[in-house]
Design a protein around this ligand. Structure first.
Ligand code: UGA
Length: 443
């Protein structure tokens, strides 16, 4: 079993560390945030991810995982260091902010006195891996014996454990053929199943990750553009997606129209990719990603406009919102379409009541002019309009009888196109979908 370190205990880092420990590797995970390290060492995961707290607690109990803030301990412990720090959008530009990568590499390099492998998992602009490799060789006592592999991560929030233990593919960007064996040993369990292995160069490995996210974002904006068309001509974008999705060259996944994509990955990754392509003189060829971003953001304004169309004026009206997270099974509200829409409505003068099964602490932390309501039934109290914006399962299982008695108007906009029309209509609700004929037109 390998002696591993994981640098950065965000989403990616904690999941990777706990999963590697569960496979039997000896893991030390580092973060510069002392409070976070203390909390993780006590078995508390600072975000919502199904199955992860249990996995972390098991790994702590077996002694396979430890947390530290000490770079010295980290360097002494491991032969393989996984770089899992965040690369958010820069505050000043659409490009990625690489300061966490730079700071981690600068802290680690002088402590690398023995041969070791650094494995980059963070999402980075193409060219970063080569820079890191050169920096480590030039600044580590072990020099040329410090090798770098680029191994992008494709996990989805909400499925992070499953995606880490059973990834769709493992991509290794390498410079030295000998490094492949170290990682195929670490990932032996997945590779002994049907996970394919792709071995390539640094630049290709870096690009695989951003290409995958750009493709997924493009699929979503593609179908959302058709949702506009469908609304205009009375067509059904859901049936359209089903029909084109039967073509295996297209596939049905990521063709759910609605309020679009958000989160800490897709939006910032398409912007960073455009920024990098522009630096490389290729801006015109990546112009489509600007459009992908714009179509996506326009969905939020569209739902805001739909609310106004429904209510006449929203000033002083009570609007109940179901969902704040950018997607279900997550408490992540970064760039969340649901929360953005809630905010647009609140700023427009509506009294916004918002429910989410797990993300309310995050919402409260932002001090927004929105009432966070813990009890899902209470969020409906006095509502002139309801918006369904994050497709949590519990919203599809509501007691329609009971909530119908709480609202002022039985009118709902389904921003995720997944509520059962027959069920809601039979309880007397008027449902508006996005790009899909609903009961509104039938009434
Ligand atoms: C995304 C990728 O799917 C992962 O493969 C990748 O590893 C990760 O980014 C990353 O770069 O770290 P994630 O951000 O967890 O994962 O979320 P997704 O499941 O991709 O969903 C993104 C957004 O698209 C959500 O807001 C979701 O509601 C929206 N979406 C998804 C749609 O609007 N329609 C769809 O058909 C599918």
């Amino acid at each position: 079993m390998a002696r591993i370190s994981v640098i950065g205990t965000g989403y990616l880092g904690v999941t990777h560390a706990a999963c590697m420990a569960s496979l039997g590797h000896d893991v030390v995970a580092l973060d510069v945030d002392e409070a976070k390290v203390t909390s993780l060492a006590a078995g508390k995961v600072p975000f919502h991810e199904p199955g992860l707290p249990e996995l972390l607690q098991e790994s702590l109990a077996s002694g396979k995982i430890n947390f530290t803030t000490s770079w010295v301990d980290l360097a002494a412990h491991a032969d393989v260091h996984f770089l899992c720090v965040g690369t958010p959008q820069s505050p000043e530009s659409p490009a990625a902010d690489l300061s966490q990568i730079q700071s981690a590499i600068r802290s680690l390099a002088p402590l690398l006195t023995k041969p070791c492998l650094i494995v980059g998992k963070s999402t980075v602009p193409v060219g970063t891996a080569q820079w890191i490799s050169d920096y480590l060789v030039a600044n580590s006592p072990a020099g040329n014996d410090v090798h770098l592999v680029w191994n992008p991560e494709f996990l989805r929030e909400g499925f992070a454990v499953q995606d880490t233990l059973h990834p769709d593919r493992i991509v290794l960007g390498i410079k030295n053929e000998t490094d492949v064996a170290v990682l195929t040993d670490i990932y032996a369990t997945a590779l002994s199943g049907d996970t394919p292995l792709v071995v390539t160069d640094y630049a290709t490995a870096e690009l695989v990750k951003v290409a995958a996210n750009a493709f997924l974002a493009t699929k979503i904006s593609f179908i959302n553009a058709f949702a506009y068309l469908a609304d205009e001509v009375g067509a059904d974008v859901g049936t359209l997606a089903d029909a084109i999705g039967h073509d295996t060259r297209i596939g049905r996944r990521f063709l759910n129209a609605g309020i679009g994509f958000g989160g800490g990955c897709l939006p910032k990754d398409i912007r960073a990719l455009r920024a990098r392509a522009t630096e490389l003189g290729l801006s015109e060829h990546f112009e489509f990603l600007k459009n992908v971003d714009e179509v996506n953001k326009s969905r939020r304004d569209y739902v805001f406009a739909l609310a106004i169309r429904n209510l006449g004026s929203i000033t002083g009206k009570t609007i109940a919102i179901l969902g704040a997270a950018f997607k279900p099974d997550s408490d992540d509200i970064r760039d969340s379409p649901a929360l953005d829409i809630a905010l647009l409505l609140a700023k427009g003068g509506a009294n916004v009541r918002l429910h989410d099964p797990v993300a309310l602490p995050q919402v409260r932390g932002r001090n927004l002019p929105i009432l966070a309501v813990e009890n899902v039934e209470e969020v409906f109290d006095g509502a002139d309009l309801v918006l369904h914006l994050t497709e949590w399962k519990l919203y599809r299982e509501l007691d329609l009888q009971s909530i119908s008695e709480r609202v002022a108007n039985k009118v709902i906009i389904d921003g995720r196109n997944c509520l059962d029309l027959a069920l809601w209509s039979s309880a007397g609700w008027q449902v508006t979908y996005l790009g899909k004929p609903g009961s509104q037109s039938a009434l």
